[in-house]
Design a protein around this ligand. Structure first.
Ligand code: F6P
Length: 410
C-alpha cells in the first residue's frame, strides 16, 4: 500500500488545477493506491484537514472539469515553516500527521515560497531518517522561478493580459482627439516584470499595442514618467501604459508605497504590492491636466480560465504527472522543470532538477538585454520567448451560458 498527498500553495493560477489533475492521474498510473489532498496547503495539513481525492476525481469527466477550473481546488496558503531548529514541534507535527495517514510521498504545487517548504521538509526527513519523500511541481503567474524555462500558469496569464490590453487599447481609441485619455494598467508579478512584459504581445497589424511598459527591473522615476507621457500625448491622444505592481524608485521605494507606507507583509517577507496605477494616474492628472483611467488587473489575470492557453494547461498537467512519477520512485528534494529545446517549432523537455536549494526563495528576473530601456519597451528576444506560451485555446464546459467549475464542499 503506497499513498501520496498533494497540496497547492501561494497565489493561484488559471491552470494550477491542471497540475493537480496531472498529479492525480500520474499517481494512479504509477501505482499509488491512495491519493490525498491537503486543504489550504501545509497550514491545513498541520490541522489534519485532508481529503481522499478518489471521492472527487475517479470519474474522468470530473478530472476534465478540474483542469478547466481556475484557482486552487484544494485551497491555498502562504505559510513559512521556518527553521527547524526553532520550530521542531511544527516539523514533527507534519510527520506525525503523514505517519498517521500512512503517507509515503508529498507533492507541493507552488512557486518560490512553496519550494522553500519542499526544501525544508525533505532536508528534515533526510536528517531525521523519516520515510517520506517530497517533490515540487512549479507554478506561478510571476514566472520568477529559476532553472525552469517558464512556469505553468504564466502563459495563460500572458494570454489574458495581451487579450485584455488589446481590447482596452481598442476602447481607449474611440474618442481620439475629442477626449485625450491616458490609461495606466497595473499588472502583477511582484519583483519580476515577465507578466507586465507580456502586454507587448497586444501589438500586431491590427493594434498599435501599448505605448509604454514600465518594469520592476528598471528603476522608476516619476518626473521622467510624466515627461515621457507628455511626449506621447503630443504624438497621439489615446495612450495605454502597462506598469508592473512592483515598480520602484532608485532608492528601492515601491511606487505603491507612496500611498501607503505600511504595506502588509506576508510570512515570507513579501510586501503586498498594489495601487501604483491609481497613484500614477493621479500624478498625471495633476501635472498634465489630462483624463486618466487606472485599471488594476489584480486577480482577473490569474483566474481567467476562459482565456487559458492550451499549451500552458497541457504543460501544467504534464508537470504534475511527472511529479507523481518521480514521487513514486522515492526521489526527494527535487522539482520538475521545463527546458526549451526549440522555439520554431516550439518544443520543450520535462526534466528533474536535483537540488531544490538552488530554487527555493530565488527570483528570476527578465535579463536586462531583453529590455528596450530607451523606448520603455521589450526586445524581440522577449517577444519570441513569450509567443509560444500563449498558443491554443481550451474549450470550456458551458452550462446556462457560463463556464462550469468543480468545487469542494468543505
Ligand atoms: O504569487 C503570485 C502573485 O499573484 C503576485 O503576482 C502577487 O503580487 C501576489 O501573488 C498576490 O498575492 P495574494 O493573492 O496573496 O495577495
Amino acid at each position: 500500500m503506497k499513498s501520496l498527498i498533494v497540496g497547492q500553495s501561494g497565489g493561484p493560477t488559471s491552470v494550477i488545477n491542471g497540475s493537480l489533475a496531472g498529479v492525480y492521474y500520474g499517481a494512479k498510473k504509477s501505482g499509488f493506491d491512495k491519493v490525498y489532498g491537503m486543504l489550504n496547503g501545509i497550514e491545513g495539513l498541520l490541522e489534519d484537514r485532508i481529503i481522499d481525492l478518489d471521492e472527487y476525481f475517479l470519474d474522468a469527466n470530473q478530472l476534465e472539469l478540474l483542469k478547466r477550473t481556475p484557482s486552487s481546488f484544494l485551497g491555498s496558503c502562504r505559510f513559512k515553516l521556518g527553521n527547524f531548529q526553532e520550530n521542531e514541534e511544527v516539523y514533527e507535527k507534519v510527520f506525525h500527521i503523514l505517519d498517521k495517514h500512512q503517507i509515503d510521498s508529498m507533492i507541493y504545487i507552488g512557486g518560490n515560497d512553496s519550494m522553500d517548504t519542499v526544501e525544508s521538509l525533505s532536508d528534515y526527513a533526510e536528517l531525521k531518517k523519516k520515510k517520506q519523500n517530497f517533490i515540487g511541481v512549479p507554478k506561478t503567474i510571476d514566472n520568477d522561478l529559476p532553472i525552469t524555462d517558464h512556469c505553468p500558469g504564466f502563459g495563460s496569464a500572458c494570454k489574458y493580459i495581451a487579450t485584455t490590453l488589446r481590447e482596452v487599447i481598442r476602447d481607449n481609441n474611440c474618442y481620439g482627439s475629442t477626449k485625450p485619455t491616458v490609461v495606466v494598467v497595473e499588472i502583477m508579478g511582484r519583483h519580476a516584470g515577465w507578466l507586465t512584459a507580456s502586454s507587448a504581445l497586444a501589438k500586431d497589424e491590427s493594434s498599435d499595442g501599448v505605448d509604454a511598459i514600465y518594469l520592476p527591473e528598471i528603476p522608476f522615476n516619476i518626473d521622467t514618467f510624466v515627461k515621457e507621457t507628455e511626449a506621447l500625448l503630443k504624438k497621439k491622444p489615446s495612450i495605454v501604459i502597462a506598469v508592473s505592481e512592483g515598480i520602484k524608485t532608485e532608492n528601492n521605494q515601491f511606487i505603491c508605497e507612496l500611498k501607503d507606507s505600511n504595506l502588509i507583509v506576508d510570512s515570507f517577507g513579501h510586501k503586498e504590492l498594489a495601487g501604483c496605477a491609481e497613484i500614477l494616474c493621479k500624478i498625471l492628472k495633476e501635472k498634465l491636466g489630462v483624463k486618466t483611467r487606472a485599471i488594476t488587473l489584480s486577480t482577473l489575470q490569474r483566474s481567467a480560465a476562459h482565456l487559458a492557453s492550451k499549451t500552458d494547461l497541457e504543460e501544467a498537467f504534464q508537470c504534475g504527472k511527472k511529479g507523481a512519477e518521480l514521487a513514486y520512485r522515492g526521489k526527494t528534494g527535487k522539482m520538475i522543470y521545463m527546458e526549451r529545446i526549440s522555439n520554431k517549432p516550439y518544443k520543450i523537455r520535462y526534466k528533474v532538477f536535483d537540488d531544490i536549494h538552488k530554487i527555493a526563495n530565488i527570483e528570476k528576473k527578465i535579463p536586462l538585454e531583453w529590455i528596450d530601456v530607451d523606448h520603455n519597451s521589450v526586445k524581440t528576444e522577449l517577444i519570441d520567448y513569450l509567443k509560444p506560451l500563449i498558443q491554443g485555446e481550451v474549450k470550456q464546459i458551458y452550462k446556462n451560458g457560463l463556464p462550469q467549475h468543480i468545487y469542494l464542499n468543505k
